[in-house]
Design a protein around this ligand. Structure first.
Ligand code: 3AM
Length: 184
C-alpha cells in the first residue's frame, strides 16, 4: 500500500494577485518589523477550503472524481480581498489574515468538498470554517501591538480549486499542486 501524505483543497491565487499580495506584505512588514512574525512565502499564498490531513493515494483516486463532479457544477465567481483580520484576537494575535468576501461562496465550496470526501473515510471538520488568507503567523505569545495598513480592495475571479500536497520541512511548509478542478 502506498504511503499517506498530507493534503488540502484550496484556492490558489493568480500570479498577478500574488505579486499584489507581496506588496501588501511588504507594507505590513515595514509597519510591523521584528516581533517574531513569519510571513507567508508568495508561492504559498492560498485560501484553504478543506484540510484533509493524511490521505492514501487510493483515497484520492476515489474522492477526486466525486469532488470534480460536484465542483464542476458550481459557477465561477469574483472574490474580493479587502479586510485584514487578526486571529484569535486583536490583543493577542497569532495569525494575520485577509478576509475574502463573499464568504458564503467559500463556505458553500468547502461544504461541497466535505460532503464528498467524508464518503471516502475522511473526517468532517468539527470547528466552524472561517475562510481566510494567511499572510503571517506570529510566533510571540501574549499581547502584541499590530499596526494595520490601508489597502485597496483586490478582486480576482475564482475559476478553479486546487488539491495540494503539503510537506513540512525545516524551512517551512512546501506545497505541491496535485490537481486543479475547474468551476463551471
Ligand atoms: O490556510 P492556512 O494557511 O491558515 O493551518 C493550515 C493551513 O491553513 C491548515 O491547513 C492549511 C494548509 O496546511 N491546517 C493544518 N493542520 C490542520 C488541522 N489539523 C489544518 N486545518 C485544520 N486542521
Amino acid at each position: 500500500m502506498d504511503k499517506k501524505f498530507r493534503a488540502f483543497f484550496a484556492i490558489d491565487l493568480p500570479k498577478e494577485l500574488k505579486q499584489e499580495m507581496v506588496n501588501v506584505i511588504k507594507l505590513l512588514q515595514k509597519k510591523n518589523p521584528g516581533k517574531n512574525i513569519v510571513w507567508t512565502k508568495p508561492e504559498n499564498l492560498h485560501i484553504t477550503l478543506k484540510f484533509l490531513g493524511n490521505v492514501l493515494p487510493l483515497q484520492c483516486e476515489q474522492f477526486l472524481p466525486a469532488v470534480e463532479d460536484t465542483i464542476s457544477q458550481i459557477q465561477k465567481f469574483t472574490l474580493k480581498l479587502e479586510k485584514i483580520s487578526l486571529f484569535p484576537s486583536k490583543r493577542s494575535p497569532r495569525v494575520i489574515a485577509l478576509l475574502p468576501s463573499p464568504m458564503e461562496r467559500l463556505v458553500a465550496l468547502a461544504c461541497k468538498i466535505e460532503e464528498q470526501v467524508v464518503r471516502y473515510g475522511l473526517q468532517a471538520e468539527t470547528r466552524a470554517f472561517k475562510p481566510h488568507l494567511t499572510l503571517a503567523r506570529i510566533k510571540q505569545k501574549g499581547k502584541n501591538e499590530f499596526n494595520d495598513i490601508a489597502m485597496p480592495p483586490l478582486n480576482f475571479e475564482v475559476e478553479r480549486l486546487t488539491l495540494f500536497r503539503s510537506e513540512i520541512t525545516h524551512t517551512g511548509s512546501r506545497y505541491e499542486i496535485l490537481q486543479h478542478i475547474s468551476l463551471k
